[in-house]
Write a protein that binds this ligand. Structure first.
Ligand SMILES: Cc1cc2nc3c(=O)[nH]c(=O)nc-3n(C[C@H](O)[C@H](O)[C@H](O)COP(=O)(O)OP(=O)(O)OC[C@H]3O[C@@H](n4cnc5c(N)ncnc54)[C@H](O)[C@@H]3O)c2cc1C
Length: 1022
């Protein structure tokens, strides 16, 4: 017990333990052998004792609803169990062994598996139809238990599905109101200290009321959700029902609260008390949220209910935050969540007139503490209620009912398929080592242990932990400071209002700089060429982003001469100093992140998140290649007695960098800084579509300390690129762009010009005709969303974009229907509008080309979606998403790179066919698979020939170091950008051997390494 506890806390604590002991005594040892829960818990324990077996079985259960035949069920069970190896219990292995494929045994095994999953589902899911829901509800009432009905649903990915969800909510309220209205009153559950309370109680999820729920576009989300929420509230109010808003992932929390407050502040609903919202105790922001909810209720003048829970997405929140490098929003120790829950429960009891408490927990200690607080604050017994989930903590429910408490059970209802995600969450919760129910009824922990104050648990936990190592003690080395290991730059979290405000402000500032003239700078001096060109906003083609003095071929030759001149000094600069320029550039990019993103929005039509991701990738390239060069500069020694052998890297010479416009900062940065840090000098010819951003890169590198002339940026056209490619003084050409130009560069580079003393090296990243395979057991919620994101993100203008989706016969029709419906929900519009999902294509030429493919598509398949962009066509380069189904694998639309929002859907009879189609193009860049079959995943990993393969996720958005990017065949030469091999492309390797034996005597090798990278003498022409 903590010393600082005040008298009230001490008395609450004391009383909580008393209440807890009494409750435990009434509950007894949990479910009894004649009750279903007892058998279920035993079965779960027997099967799920091993964490690996547990995960595999949960994955199997998750896939089960889509497995149509006994063969499919057996095959998946075997595949999942195989992955758990000999940790599978003997009896399960035996059951599978006794059911070989194609036998009656197989049918029996499938039947048992189906029965088991359905049986489990029935424990937690109240029914599949409104009639079944009514039956469950009436049965609960007979036990003096109230209910709140929850609709299980597939993830809502189209507005049509959102409408269906709204309609089901309305039907449910209407369907339950009449029969329950005529039921005799049960005062324990139908009244509180003020009088009658609604008998119909609905819990709903705001994210199910729109296909696009995102705080990035909070206004339009609010508009769509509110539009569908109001009729539900109205109907509920008219029929005397109650509506509760569930809380989901942290990313949705603030917007959920904002929508709730906004709609319920409207005059129509302002005086209506029969509404409530969930608050999750595991979030570190919970107490602040409760405070602002109280302030709002005071302003509104009518109370609401707060269901206080701990939270159902703990693992998800932790994994997601770690993956993205974001702060973790939940407490990391169970006792901290418990303690927050208790503080919040006290807060609710103190303010129960405004925030009516509904305690959602199966934890006797948490409930006892809240009840003790209620006594202390003189809260009437019937003015708060206790809520539990259907099928969980039933003995506790009964004990509380017997004690006269109002207990409400959360009764989800819906079909088995969408119910699986809910079922798996409940199974995870019931079998989690942190679960109170498991500790109480399965592990039979001591009552006093279970009733311990969480703060006390925390204090004990702290004492028992080994002392933490001081930060930095592992690597602290004054003589040689070590760079921290590389970590990807986290994406900006646009669900935070401050991030959105910063971006809006940057867009405003950048707009204010439109139309400026940018000089051509060679060797620090502006050069007049007599010609200018403009860069325009693809979203508003009348807006001139900037005017650029246009470089000529002679300027390219002059830039090469300067680069040659600077080469000796720059390549002799110690690698660590060159690396530090990159690190400083990364820091500058971080500082100017919103501003650079804003330039991308306007110059290249990149929507917010895409632009932000591009800047993050550029930062990653700087940070990653800086570390890589430091590693490579150490060289390698392989000395033997009497002989030293050193392997060292030298710069190649002058590098020509020719990037595209679609990743306007990341690709130029990657190629440029890789060349620079390796000791080369660079002439960069950016795309004429993205000159402002390339000049920004030049400015940032100069500000970071790059000497004048080591990099020259030449805004211009193809003649400048050609001059660079043709020049014999260029050692390496780093190109990303179209296949035809890449092949032409490669051909030219292979032939040395007269007097040229080296063969030019070419790094060429070219196109792709990337495919995603959708297996017949895949999760369509995820597959549809992943395919859309991969196909239409940045209007399909990524070399990694998905342009073919190959769908197995069994799910083809269902997939296409949902895909088309979901694609319709994607707004097309200007890139600076955060609501835009599909922005414009880069220029008028691209628009005409992509539109040409629309005509081709009509002749080659069934155009199932062709979005008309309406009046936008007059403003910018807009092309609406196009989906063409039933395409033949050899059709042009399935073979040619379109580089626009065009997606071909192909039907495959089986996985062999799917792989044949997937591999049937000249490209091999990215590819994907959605599947829940471990064997099919393995096979696709082996046989799908692409440079970057993604399983069960979108195929775009490769991250530096984690997913080095690049393809082969006609997609590229095989170099992986952002990987450990990349810098080697920009370096030559030398081996230096010295015989150190003199007259039978050899000194000891000192093994010193060369910090600076010597120059390639050949390239210097020395
Ligand atoms: C009626 C009802 C409605 C609900 N509605 C929602 C809802 O809308 N949204 C929602 O998110 N949840 C909701 N839940 C809560 C959720 O689904 C779980 O049932 C609840 O978190 C379990 O808590 P407990 O107090 O019963 O059990 P306990 O066993 O005491 O607590 C388990 C909980 O502790 C937390 N936890 C576990 N490990 C850690 C750790 N290492 N560090 C920190 N915390 C940890 C997790 O939240 C976990 O669920 C609802 C629960 C009920 C009863």
């Amino acid at each position: 017990m903590t010393a600082s506890r005040d008298a009230t806390s001490t008395s609450i604590e004391h009383r909580a333990r008393e209440i807890g002991r009494v409750l435990f005594a009434k509950v007894g040892g949990g479910p009894k052998p004649w009750e279903r829960g007892w058998w279920d818990d035993r079965m779960m324990n027997l099967t799920l004792g091993d964490p690996l077996v547990k995960v595999q079985l949960f994955r199997f259960i998750d896939a089960m609803p889509v497995l149509k035949t006994p063969t499919a069920i057996r095959r998946h069970l075997v595949e999942y169990l195989d992955e758990a190896g000999d940790r599978v219990p003997w009896w399960l292995r035996l059951a599978v062994a006794l059911a070989p494929a194609g036998t009656l045994g197989e049918r029996a095994l499938a039947g048992i598996a189906r029965f088991g999953a359905t049986h489990m589902a029935r424990r937690f899911i109240a029914g599949a139809t409104p009639d079944e829901a009514l039956k469950t509800v009436l049965a609960l009432r007979r036990q003096r238990i109230a209910f709140t009905a929850d609709l299980l649903g597939e993830a809502v990915i189209s507005e049509h599905e959102a409408e269906r969800y709204q309609q089901t909510c309305l039907d449910l309220i209407r369907g339950l109101a009449r029969p329950l209205g005529v039921e005799p009153e049960i005062p324990q559950i139908d009244r509180d200290h003020r009088g009658s309370i609604p008998r119909v109680n609905l819990s709903l999820k705001l994210t199910s009321l729109t296909a696009r729920f995102d705080a990035l576009y909070d206004h339009s989300t609010l508009y769509r959700v509110a539009r569908r929420l109001r009729p539900i509230l109205r109907t509920a109010r008219d029929l005397g029902a109650y509506v509760h808003v569930d809380m989901e992932q942290y990313a949705h929390k603030d917007l959920t609260l904002a929508i709730f407050k906004s709609v319920l502040s409207e005059p129509e609903f302002r005086d209506w008390p029969d509404v409530g919202i969930v608050i999750q105790g595991y979030l570190t922001e919970t107490e602040a949220d409760l405070g602002s909810l109280l302030d709002w209720v005071k302003q509104r003048g009518t109370p609401i209910t707060v269901r206080l829970v701990k939270g159902a997405y703990w693992d998800y929140e932790v994994v997601l935050a770690r993956q993205l490098g974001w702060p973790i929003p939940v407490y990391l120790h169970k006792w901290q969540t418990d303690a927050c829950y208790e503080r919040s429960a006290r807060f609710l009891m103190e303010h129960h007139e405004q925030l009516r408490p509904a305690l959602g927990s199966h934890n006797v200690r948490s409930l006892a503490l809240a009840m003790a607080a209620a006594e202390t604050y003189h809260v009437p017994d019937d003015s708060y209620e206790i809520q539990m989930l259907h099928g969980m903590g039933e003995p506790i429910q009964r004990a509380l009912v017997a004690d006269g408490k109002r207990v409400r059970v959360y009764t989800p209802y819906g079909a088995m398929l969408p119910g699986m995600a809910y079922l798996v969450r409940r199974l995870l919760e019931n079998t989690s080592n942190e679960s109170f129910l498991k500790a109480s009824f399965t592990d039979h922990a001591q009552v006093e242990e279970l009733l311990r104050d969480p703060e006390e648990v925390g204090a004990m936990w702290g004492r028992n932990q080994p002392s933490q190592r001081k930060p930095g003690s592992l690597t602290a080395n004054a003589a040689a400071p070590v760079l921290t290991p590389f970590q990807n730059e986290p994406p900006t979290d646009f669900t935070r209002p401050e991030a959105r405000a910063a971006m809006s402000e940057a867009l405003r500032v950048v707009r204010g700089q439109f139309g400026r003239v940018y000089p051509l700078v060679l060797n620090g001096r502006a050069v007049a060429t007599g010609t200018e060109f403009t860069s325009t906003d693809p979203s508003e083609t009348a807006s001139v982003v900037g005017r650029f003095v246009q470089a000529r071929p002679e300027d390219a030759r002059q830039a090469i001469a300067i680069a040659r001149e600077r080469l000796a000094a720059w390549s002799a600069t110690p690698a660590a100093d060159r690396a530090s320029v990159l690190l400083k550039a990364a820091a500058l990019m971080r500082a100017k992140r919103s501003e650079i993103s804003a330039w991308e929005v306007y110059e290249c039509g990149k929507p917010w998140r895409e632009a932000d991701g591009d800047v993050a990738e550029a930062i990653d390239f700087c940070e990653f290649y800086a570390r890589e060069m430091i590693r490579l500069a150490e060289g390698k020694h392989r000395d033997v007695p009497g002989e030293t052998n050193a392997i060292e890297r030298i710069a190649r010479g002058v590098v020509a960098v020719i990037p595209p416009w679609n990743f306007p900062l990341a690709i130029p940065t990657g190629m440029t800084v890789a060349a620079l840090v390796a000791g080369n000098t660079v002439v960069l010819k950016p795309s004429e579509r993205a000159p402002r951003i390339a000049l920004l890169l030049g400015e940032l590198l100069r500000e970071a300390g790059l000497p004048e002339g080591v990099l020259t940026v030449l805004p211009g056209f193809g003649d400048v690129g050609k001059a660079l490619v043709d020049d014999p003084r260029v050692a390496l050409i780093a190109f990303t762009g179209s296949r035809d130009v890449g092949l032409e560069i490669n051909r030219k580079a292979a032939e040395p010009a007269h007097g040229q003393n080296h063969v030019k090296r070419v790094i060429a990243e070219m196109g792709g005709k990337n495919a995603i395979i959708v297996d017949d057991d895949s999760d369509l919620d995820e597959a549809v969303v992943g395919v859309l994101q991969s196909a239409f993100g940045y209007a399909g203008q990524k070399c990694s974009a998905c342009s073919r989706v190959i769908v197995l016969d069994g799910v083809y029709d269902a997939f296409v229907a949902r895909l088309v419906d979901a694609a319709r929900a994607l707004p097309v519009g200007p890139a600076d509008n955060p609501d835009t999902a599909v922005g414009p294509v880069i220029d008028a030429k691209a628009r005409v080309r992509v539109e040409g493919y629309k005509t081709i598509a009509e002749g080659e398949g069934d155009v199932v979606l062709s979005v008309d962009v309406g009046p936008l066509v007059a403003r910018g380069n807009y092309v609406g998403p196009l989906i063409v189904a039933g395409v033949h694998p050899d059709a042009r639309i399935a073979q040619e790179e379109v580089f626009g929002p065009v997606l071909a859907v192909l039907r495959a009879s089986d996985l062999n066919d799917a792989l044949r189609i997937a591999n049937g193009t000249v490209y091999a860049l990215t590819g994907g698979l959605y599947s829940r079959s471990p064997a099919n995943i393995d096979r696709v990993k082996r046989e799908f020939r692409v440079g970057n393969l993604y399983v069960n996720r979108p195929i775009t958005g490769a991250l530096v170091d984690r997913q080095p990017f690049g393809g082969f065949q006609l997609s590229g030469i095989g170099t992986k950008a952002g990987g450990t091999d990349y810098l080697l492309e920009f370096l030559l390797t030398r081996t230096i051997t010295e015989n150190t034996m003199r007259r039978g005597f050899a000194p000891e090798s000192d093994g010193a390494s060369t910090a600076a990278t010597p120059t390639n003498e050949a390239a210097l022409g020395v």
